[in-house]
Design a protein around this ligand. Structure first.
Ligand code: ADP
Ligand code: MG
Ligand code: ZN
Length: 516
């Protein structure tokens, strides 16, 4: 705008030169306020346009992206619970006749990628009720008070159009413990949500479903009776669930010789989203080779990609390669020799993602309980990489930082959660942020250190005992860059067969001592 005004102005005054300061300042004095006002109006107009519309988004039943119950596999408990809600929405009289209370709020919780949003979409599709979906992040706006207004609007709309389902995704964004930070906008929003939940009465046929990644971080007020009183855990699938999820995601893909059962067994701990990702990567891999069918090796490669990241082109010098090879060989050896840890599926010194080398350990079964020995062994496996560097090269590198932080995690939970330290006194006193004395904290730190030391000693000991095997594994890695199951079996020979070397009393004692 300024230039377009300036040019005609200069044109009518031919004597005026661009360097004539007096005239320019005069011109500025006349026009600057007007330009300023103009800009101001423009920015206000733009801000108004950027203000989000407060109308909640309604998902039409049977919308384009229709997700059916059959698209959700594995999460049986959550599915059952939600199917019940759908039944209720379809035929409330049947339930009310028997005096059953309507579920008002259902909280789906579990790690990301386990299918919470997917479940809600299936509900939207199958219930026949109106479905209002909003991500909680959209409540937290830059304009104060808008979040609360949006909540009010959302619930008003749902009530007007009952029977209706309100779905609030990623509720963690607004529902953290109040007072934990200074975001009053978020607090207002949460308060409004609580008001709406309390204001709903059971005759209204409005059900609220929310999804959270971490229940413990939510404000406890939300979980009180009469609010989200039904909490449904959506956890990472077990082996049957994984097989079913793989089946769902390969339904429309041409499969060659593929055994989903094997893949399901190799993927313990992975979520539905990661499994979906593996299926997709496998298809991409087959397309890259211009094949018509997806085969088992596509899935193997895809699994590696998803778990370990994409191969990177980082070049290591010879010494670095050697260090990485011994480091990974150390992990592999420890995982072979110690009982109760995940066995090695594949070792590689081809850099992937941020890792320079990696050892892929895949659990053979789903395990929920672990003994103290097994946890110490697990730490020893993690520390064996560093220990190998120490034994072979006499120095440790920075490459073990990820291993170390995982060891810290394990030892921390051992002391704080499972009371597997040396004294029962260090058991956490109360579960929710109870105050702990400095003395207790110090004691816990010591115990943690003690457990890690114990694991480190164990790692050292077994590497020294099997140093020949360590050298063999590392040399194989340096030659071929990878070690797969067959190669490991061949090198380990008879050693792999027995869980712990018989007669080695020392090792046994370290592994089982209670560290007193
Ligand atoms: P969450 O909301 O729990 O973080 P999502 O529902 O967004 O997870 O899941 C992401 C994707 O992962 C889904 O779109 C789906 O493709 C896949 N997925 C996750 N869980 C399952 C499941 N139980 N069955 C089938 N697919 C799943
Ligand atoms: Mg989600
Ligand atoms: Zn390591």
């Amino acid at each position: 705008m300024p230039t377009s005004v300036l040019i005609p102005l200069l044109a009518v005054m031919p004597e005026t030169h661009w360097y004539d300061w007096d005239r320019i300042s005069l011109w500025l004095q006349t026009w600057a306020p007007i330009i300023f006002m103009g800009l101001l109006v423009f920015f206000i107009w733009r801000t108004m346009r950027m203000m989000p519309r407060t109308k909640p988004q309604e998902i039409e039943p049977a919308s384009k992206s229709s997700i059916a119950w059959s698209d959700v596999a594995g999460a049986d408990e959550a599915k059952g619970e939600l199917q019940e809600v759908v039944e209720f929405m379809r035929d409330p009289a049947r339930f009310k006749k028997l005096g059953a209370r309507v579920p008002k709020g259902i909280m789906l919780h579990g790690p990301p990628g386990t299918g919470k949003t997917l479940l809600a979409k299936a509900v939207a599709n199958e219930s026949g009720a109106r479905f209002y979906s909003q991500s909680a992040a959209s409540f937290v706006e830059m304009f104060a008070g808008l979040g609360a207004a949006r909540i009010r609007r959302l619930f008003a709309e749902a009530r007007k159009n009952a029977p209706a389902i309100v779905f609030i995704d990623e509720i963690d964004a607004v529902a953290g413990v109040r007072g934990s930070d200074n975001n009053s906008e978020r607090e207002q929003t949460l308060n409004q949500l609580l008001v709406e939940l309390d204001g709903m009465n059971t005759s209204e046929n409005v059900v609220v479903i929310a999804a959270s990644n971490l229940l413990e971080k939510l404000d406890p007020a939300l979980l009180r009776p009469g609010r989200f009183d039904r909490q449904v855990l959506v956890s990472a699938p077990d082996v049957t669930g994984r097989k079913a999820i793989l089946a769902v995601h390969t339904r429309s893909k041409p499969l060659g010789l593929v055994d989903l059962e094997i893949i399901a067994r190799q993927t313990a701990g992975l979520t539905g989203a990661e499994l979906a990702n593996i299926c997709n990567e496998a298809a991409i891999g087959a397309a890259r080779d211009s094949r018509d069918l997806i085969v088992q090796s596509d899935f193997d490669n895809a699994l590696e990609r998803v778990v370990a990241g994409v191969q990177s082109r980082r070049a290591l010098n010879d010494h670095e390669r050697k260090v990485v090879a011994y480091h990974e060989a150390g992990h592999a050896l420890a995982a072979e020799v110690l009982p109760g840890v995940n066995r090695v599926h594949k070792v590689s010194i081809v850099p992937r993602g941020r890792a320079l080398g990696y050892t892929l350990n895949l659990p053979e079964e789903d395990r929920y309980l672990k003994t103290r020995d097994e946890l110490i062994n697990q730490m020893a496996v993690l520390l064996a990489g560093r220990a190998a560097e120490q034994i072979i090269f006499g120095a440790v590198t920075t490459g073990a930082s990820d291993d170390l932080s995982r060891v810290a995690d394990i030892s921390r939970s051992m002391v704080h959660e499972f009371a597997m330290g040396t004294t029962i006194k260090s058991l956490r006193i109360s579960s929710h942020g109870g105050e702990v004395s400095d003395r207790t904290r110090e004691m816990r730190d010591e115990e943690q250190q003690h457990l890690a030391d114990q694991a480190m000693r164990l790692a050292h000991q077994l590497l020294i005992q099997y140093r020949g095997k360590l050298e063999q594994l590392a040399r194989h890695l340096l030659d071929t860059e990878t070690l797969d199951r067959d190669a490991i079996d061949e090198i380990m020979g008879d050693v792999g067969a027995m869980p712990l070397p018989a007669g080695n009393h020392n090792l046994r004692v370290v592994a089982t001592s209670d560290g007193a």
